[in-house]
Ligand binder design. Structure first.
Ligand code: AHR
Length: 675
């Protein structure tokens, strides 16, 4: 080599030679593809569904009418009577056009006691009517069919109903008329359909009465026709699609704290959530007043989305159903009521009957109910959660009883036990020690903490007992502020910290068999808890950066964990890098996930050892953003989203620039492994 004569020449020489020198150097991360460390369970990455943040009613459940059966505490919540000077009981004023009255038949019908009675006296369109406001408006889409229905009875025909959708200015967006026939005292269903003429974020529905007569109405409903799989009375397809895109291994339902209820009387009872809609008794949602500065007084659970629908959703999106049941304990953050041990039978029976409902054949009582609901094949339930965030000796006592009863009848069903709301500390330690004796198949751990905690805890399971229960990371999310703060954000900072943590879960997939971010959904104008994976309004939905982290891990889960080491050690924060690697035996690929949590780009060399031949090009998917505080929004849903590019690979080394604050997923195809 000639001596360098000037500075410019020296720099050129360095630049020209640097890549060669670099590629010959020892690589920072070594991945060994020929030795499987652990099998990755198909359940590894799943989803957690709870009716919080308007997740079910007003969310994924596509019903547009709020308080369709007048059972909210205020019977006319969501409704207004038109014109405003027409009142309902107790005033019962008569204004010439008619009266509106709420009737309560509690003695006859405990599940759905109230209905509305309209008396019209020579009413004309516009003179007597009802308006439903929907769930902060109704999302209406141009050219979509809308299906109106109601239960009614009337002694004599004589009334015509005009159903119309309007925008915020009152402009008509489509509608239909209906002449209910005379049907005496029996309840009948009447329906009408029409196509919307334009799109509106916050539409409303009017029902105008014309003529004279008395009509009783209940279960007044409006659904879009474009639900998921076009099921009548089904779910919002855009929201379900976002779930399906995650390819989740399981779906945990129905929560969360609503499993426990604020008190035992408002606990989640699955048997009350199946069968005809008008027989599903609604209850208040405990999130209505839980977060003091986000009150939601009209938050109820109508159970239109009930246990049958949850099982069906699981099947639709290829996820294992994972129900969590109440174990005789109300929320320990609220009343902490417990059912006495000698009165635990109904709770136990609910668990046993649920297994029969999901898996039993038509000869069994509850299997026959499932068949009658239209699902002949079993739902193949394999696991069940006993309690949500329950703790203390009361929980241990009840868990043992549940475990004994379930195993006696269904030995193959796996039990998921709670470790309470804490992931460390004396209550956690007490439960962990007790659970070692009880030996449930899975232990449900929850972590809501600052991003730094997630970065520090990527080694949480490195030294975990390999012979005990498996871990279900059943709820977690990095909190940019603090738990239950309404200031929390779904920003890049939290997403990157979670991604780093997930490399630790993946590396320990022999003990961590399931993980789910929580909560799943939040409505932009109807939320209580932040952060959340998916945000939506009446018409739009978007995935947060945290959603894309989940998607990248779940869509690239592979079949086997392999080692990814730096200087012989797992990559758990050295030089702000976190890494894990898997192979996918089905596609013969190695998939490497690397998080760079620093604010500078890192030039890194990866060596893939043990493959006979590596295919080029490889692909690289990068999730990053302009700043750690950046978020997605309804206006900019894709501000942060994965970007895929291909890269040439020569030999077994890959030189890569890891973007600041990024998750990078590298896919390398192999012709075959050397062993
Ligand atoms: O995910 C929100 C809540 O957090 C869940 O309902 C509860 O289990 C946890 O405390």
């Amino acid at each position: 080599m000639k001596p360098v004569k000037n500075l410019f020449a020296a720099i050129s020489l360095l630049v020209l030679h640097a890549p060669i020198a670099f590629s010959q150097a020892k690589c920072l991360i070594n991945v060994k593809v020929d030795k499987s460390i652990a099998t990755i369970q198909p359940t590894m990455w799943g989803i957690f569904f709870e009716d919080i943040n308007t997740g079910a009613d007003g969310g994924i459940y596509a019903e547009l009418v709020k308080n369709r059966s007048f059972e909210f505490y205020k019977p006319l919540a969501g409704w207004s009577v038109r014109p405003a000077d027409i009142s309902y009981v107790p005033f019962q004023k008569q204004f010439g056009e008619g009266t509106v009255m709420i009737v309560n038949r509690q003695e006859k019908n405990t599940a759905n006691p109230r209905f509305m009675r309209i008396t019209a006296n020579n009413a004309s369109k516009g003179s007597l009517g009802l308006t439903n406001e929907g769930f902060d408006g109704m999302g209406i889409r141009e050219d979509v069919q809308y299906n109106f229905s109601m239960m009614y009875h009337q002694q004599a025909a004589g009334l015509k109903l005009h159903i119309e959708l309007v925008d915020s200015t009152g402009k008509n967006l489509g509608g239909a008329s209906l002449i209910p026939s005379e049907n005496g005292n029996e309840w009948h269903k009447a329906s009408a359909s029409f196509v919307a003429t334009s799109t509106e974020l916050k539409g409303r529905m009017n029902i105008w009465f014309e003529g004279s007569g008395v009509i009783d109405m209940d279960m007044i409903s409006l659904f879009p026709g474009d639900t998921w799989k076009n099921r009548p009375g089904g779910m919002r397809s855009d929201l379900v699609q976002l779930l399906a895109d995650l390819k989740p291994g399981f779906i945990r339902f129905p929560g969360g704290c609503i499993v426990e209820g604020r008190e035992l009387s408002t606990r989640y009872q699955w048997k009350k959530t199946i069968g005809p809609l008008e027989e599903r008794q609604l209850i208040v949602n405990r999130w209505n007043t839980e977060i003091v500065n986000r009150p939601a007084p009209d938050y109820f659970q109508t159970f239109g989305l009930g246990f049958f629908e949850y099982f069906q959703l699981a099947e639709d999106i290829g996820a294992e159903p994972l129900p969590i049941l109440n174990c005789g304990m109300a929320c320990q953050f609220n009343t902490a009521e417990v059912a006495p041990i000698e009165q635990l039978d109904p709770y136990l029976q609910d668990a046993l009957d649920l297994i029969e409902f999901a898996n039993g054949d038509v000869k069994t009582k509850w299997g026959a109910v499932r068949v009658q609901l239209g699902h002949t094949a079993p739902f193949h339930l394999k696991m069940i959660g006993v309690g949500n965030e329950n703790w203390g000796p009361q929980y241990v006592e009840r868990l043992k009883i549940f475990q004994r009863a379930i195993k006696e009848k269904y030995p193959a069903i796996k039990i998921i036990a709670s470790t309470g709301a804490m992931f460390e500390g004396s209550m956690f330690d007490y439960l962990t020690a007790e659970l070692k004796k009880i030996k449930p198949e899975f232990i449900d751990e929850h972590y809501y903490n600052r991003p730094e905690w997630f970065l520090k805890n990527t080694t949480r399971y490195d030294n975990y007992d390999r012979n005990g229960s498996k871990i279900f990371a059943g709820e977690y999310a990095a909190q940019s502020d603090r738990v239950v703060s309404t200031e929390n954000k779904n920003n890049l900072r939290t997403a990157i910290a979670e991604a780093a943590f997930l490399t630790g879960l993946e590396r320990n997939a022999d003990v961590v068999n399931m993980a789910s971010y929580a909560p799943l959904f939040a409505k932009v104008d109807g939320w209580q808890w932040k952060p959340d994976l998916i945000w939506f309004d009446n018409l739009h939905a978007y995935g947060t950066p945290n959603y894309y982290v989940q998607k990248l891990f779940s869509n690239n889960k592979g079949t086997d964990v392999i080692s990814a080491l730096s200087n012989g050690k797992p990559v758990t924060g050295q030089d702000s890098l976190y890494a894990s690697a898997v192979i996918d035996k089905n596609t013969n690929e190695v998939i490497i996930k690397i998080v760079n949590s620093s604010s500078v780009e890192k030039q890194t060399c990866l060596q893939v050892e043990g493959a006979k031949k590596i295919r080029s090009p490889a692909s690289m998917t990068v999730l990053t953003g302009q700043s750690l505080e950046q978020e997605n929004s309804i206006e900019s849903p894709g501000a942060i989203k994965p970007v895929v590019q291909s890269m040439d690979v020569k030999g077994d080394k890959i030189n890569i620039g890891l973007k600041p604050n990024s998750l990078t997923v590298i896919h390398v195809g192999m012709n075959s492994t050397s062993k």
